[in-house]
Design a protein around this ligand. Structure first.
Ligand code: 5GP
Ligand code: MN
Length: 342
């Protein structure tokens, strides 16, 4: 309560300089919650800038005010500008991530800043670096949390169509278009509230999902037909994509997003894993259904974590060695995997 009162005062104070940070490889919830919050803060008379650690997928760049977003690692100017903005910031808001190391170079800059720090997130086990912590895993998306905070601040009347487009994008994608277990009555009520602004949900959906390059569409087809291995004894699917293959399909950032979910569309499959060869690491994406938690597996063997049904991880070895590691740990989870009701 004390925290809430002080937070209320902060938002209702005279104009302040805000910087909003979100996670590496930003997704629609990262960008949507950040831009929705920024547009709201501007309506409250504040100055707000969103800084993202690295480039964002092209299907998210339609969002209102995206043109003003600073991409930290784009070039020397954007690095300098980010440093300056963080030095001058009076408030730093960290959205949709729980630990400063997840934003690489920006994390250190934020840590050293004297600004008041606010964390708004829905991942488990937040780091304790912020003065104001809004962290709740029952929220399906950070964007849903942002909406609730705006409402609690008494500012529902300030919601408009641009804010609604940003927040809806985050809620829609983090719930898998309202099909994940995280889709609560509160999620649908939040969407109803957003739709009252005149939000066109079909426009947001098409902008994000029906906006693929030919390369991305062909990459998806190739991975599903050539690179997918089904292991019925573990009710698991895994797919691999090498750097050469990414090049062959002119892959851009974000082109591999969502591919991992197709593994779960197979009947009987409980876990789907996508392994991607990046310049400096092998990146793994884990997805599961029902009670099978991929978080533990990602954390124990792949230096990662995330949510029960959606986690990420990485290794510093080769693609082949990472596949072998995955295959070697599956027996440990076999009983659990076989017992899941799908
Ligand atoms: P993705 O497969 O989309 O990269 O990640 C799925 C989920 O796991 C996302 O919510 C993401 O935030 C989380 N995640 C990915 N990598 C890590 C990691 O290294 N640590 C933690 N704690 N979460 C991660
Ligand atoms: Mn999120």
């Amino acid at each position: 309560m004390q925290q809430w009162n002080a937070f209320y005062e902060l938002i209702h104070s005279d104009s302040k300089r805000f910087v909003i940070l979100t996670h590496q490889n930003p997704d629609a919830d990262a960008i949507g919650s950040s831009l929705g919050w920024k547009l709201y803060l501007q309506k409250k008379g504040h100055i707000a800038t969103v800084i993202i650690p690295n480039e964002c997928p092209s299907n998210l760049r339609w969002m209102p005010d995206f043109a003003e977003v600073v991409t930290f690692d784009q070039n020397a100017q954007t690095v300098a500008l980010s440093k300056k903005l963080l030095e001058e910031a009076e408030v730093i808001c960290c959205l949709d991530f729980n630990a400063l190391h997840r934003i690489k170079g920006l994390g250190g800059l934020a840590q050293n800043s004297q600004a008041v720090k606010v964390l708004i997130d829905h991942h488990i086990e937040p780091e304790t670096f912020a003065d104001f912590v809004f962290s709740d895993t029952t929220r399906a998306a950070t964007a849903q949390y942002i909406l609730e905070i705006i409402q609690q601040l008494g500012d529902a009347p300030l919601l408009d169509k641009p804010i609604a487009e940003c927040l809806y994008a985050g809620i829609m994608t983090d719930t898998g278009s309202f099909r994940h277990g995280s889709t609560t009555p509160e999620v649908h009520l939040a969407v109803a509230e957003l739709m009252k602004t005149g939000l066109n949900v079909n426009y947001v959906h098409r902008s994000i999902f029906d906006n693929n390059s030919l390369g991305r569409t062909r990459l998806l087809g190739y991975v599903l037909s050539e690179k997918l291995t089904y292991l019925p004894e573990y009710r698991t699917v895994y797919m691999t994509i090498s750097m050469d293959e990414l090049k062959r399909f002119n892959s851009e950032i974000g082109d591999t997003d969502g591919i991992v979910n197709f593994g779960l569309s197979l009947e009987n499959v409980v876990m789907s894993v996508l392994l991607i060869e990046r310049r400096d690491e092998i990146k793994l994406s884990f997805r599961s259904v029902q009670d099978f938690s991929v978080r533990d597996l990602a954390n124990k063997y792949f230096s990662g974590g995330g949510h029960k049904n959606a986690s990420g991880g990485r290794t510093g070895t080769t693609l082949a060695e990472t596949v072998n590691l995955l295959l070697s740990v599956l027996p440990e989870y076999q009983t659990q995997l076989l017992n899941v009701e799908k």
